[in-house]
Design a protein around this ligand. Structure first.
Ligand code: NAP
Length: 368
């Protein structure tokens, strides 16, 4: 049976990956082998009815025995291990959630509902590195790839609202710790306390050096952080830079489509949201746009632009833990008939991370 080594299964993306693989009964198609960088030798979780000791994720020989390797461990690990393993002659598939290899010439960014043909061609031509896209980019394309397919997009400006879990397991815990620290101020415990006392106590707690900020570097609960990842050229953050380069690489369009925006971390636990301003290549009627988005793939949920449905369906609370990608608030803007505004949300741990990886394993095995 094909062996698939899984590295990083303890983290946010890896935990969701294992959960999805179990839910879809993927392990009937391959033998999973779990690796860890920190816990080699200790018993792993039960998989396929068996509990095996964890293998050492830095042991190139053990990794080299796998037919495929799926890594959700992070970019530093990929940089350390992938090159060395290939140098040692490893010919299996390397499927990765980290960004390190995404823009390499011989790597394909995987999002099969959007670029299945690119993936199939790459497999046929012997490509062996298949890398999940940036979560926000993947979710944007899941929501609106039909607009690109129709050649309607001239450029996109995105304002993102990205969840704490996008930064990993430790950050998710820190957000909850921050929420707890805020909720425990004395004025929060009494409904009759003066509202300005509550406001002052919360602000003071958030600015207190004891407030837990070691992961995010700033308060997120009750606030936001308009900076994700490191800075790159021209004032962009790397997260903002990825919007343009990855969108264009995934779609492989004949003409480059500019994508830019502002990426902001907010206090949602899970699921990234984004407001998109799209300059259309012509004045496409709204009904045509709505119909293209609704019919684009089985996971899009087109939400009518009204308050009740928006509150019910278009939020992280509504779609976290599901594969549904709601797209709503779709309207033409006052800027002119070629300017479209919309809002979309999606669970970044599913379509933005784990789901394309597990589907890639199945595609490579001829099971999807
Ligand atoms: P993460 O939660 O920080 O986990 C990464 C690794 O950290 C784990 O596999 C584990 O490795 C180690 N770890 C140390 N302390 C831990 C703890 N208390 N709980 C769990 N794991 C702990 O990272 P991630 O968010 O899954 O991201 C992994 C990669 O996917 C990154 O390259 C990231 O950029 C990318 N990605 C993330 C998302 C997202 O939404 N989070 C989306 C798309 C792509 P050992 O078992 O070896 O110690």
């Amino acid at each position: 049976m094909t062996t698939v080594g899984i590295v990083g299964w303890r983290g946010m993306v890896g935990s969701v990956l294992l959960e999805r693989m179990r839910a879809e009964n993927d392990f009937q198609h391959f033998e999973p082998v779990l690796f860890s960088t920190s816990q080699a030798g200790t018993p792993g979780p039960e998989l396929n009815g068996k509990t095996e000791p964890l293998r050492d994720a830095n042991d190139l020989k053990a990794l080299g025995e796998m037919d495929m390797i799926v890594s959700c461990q992070g970019g530093d690990y990929t940089k350390e291990v992938h090159g060395a393993l290939r140098k040692a002659g490893y010919k299996g598939l390397w499927i990765d959630a980290a960004s390190s290899l995404r823009m390499e010439e011989n790597a394909v960014i995987i999002l099969d509902p959007v670029n299945r043909k690119v993936i199939d061609r790459a497999l046929e031509s012997g490509v062996r590195d298949f890398i999940g896209g940036n979560c926000t980019v993947s979710l944007m394309l899941m929501g609106i790839h039909s607009l690109f397919d129709n050649g309607w997009v001239e450029w996109i400006s995105a304002s993102t609202y990205q969840a704490a879990s996008g930064a990993g397991a430790k950050n998710m815990r820190e957000l909850v710790a921050q929420m707890g620290a805020i909720a425990s101020v004395p004025a929060a415990r009494s409904a009759s306390s003066a509202i300005l006392d509550l406001d002052r106590e919360v602000a003071s707690r958030m600015r207190n050096p004891e407030f837990p900020t070691s992961e995010f570097g700033a308060p997120l609960a009750g606030s936001l952080i308009p900076w994700i990842d490191r800075g790159v050229d021209a004032g962009q953050t790397r997260e903002e830079w990825k919007g343009h380069v990855e969108t264009n690489k995934i779609l492989g369009l004949p003409r480059e489509v500019p994508v830019d925006g502002v990426c902001v971390r907010i206090g949602a636990m899970r699921s990234h949201s984004q407001a998109l301003t799209i300059k259309l290549t012509r004045d496409v009627p709204l009904a045509e746009i709505e119909s293209a988005i609704s019919g684009s793939n089985p996971w899009v949920d087109f939400v009518p632009n009204d308050k009740a449905e928006t509150l019910r369906r278009l939020s992280p609370a509504a779609c976290s833990g599901t594969l549904t990608v709601p797209v709503g608030r779709v309207r033409k803007m006052k800027l002119g008939p070629e300017y479209l505004s919309l809002f979309t949300v999606g669970d970044q741990l599913l379509w933005g991370a784990a789901e394309p990886l597990r589907r890639m394993v199945l595609i490579a095995l001829g099971k999807l």
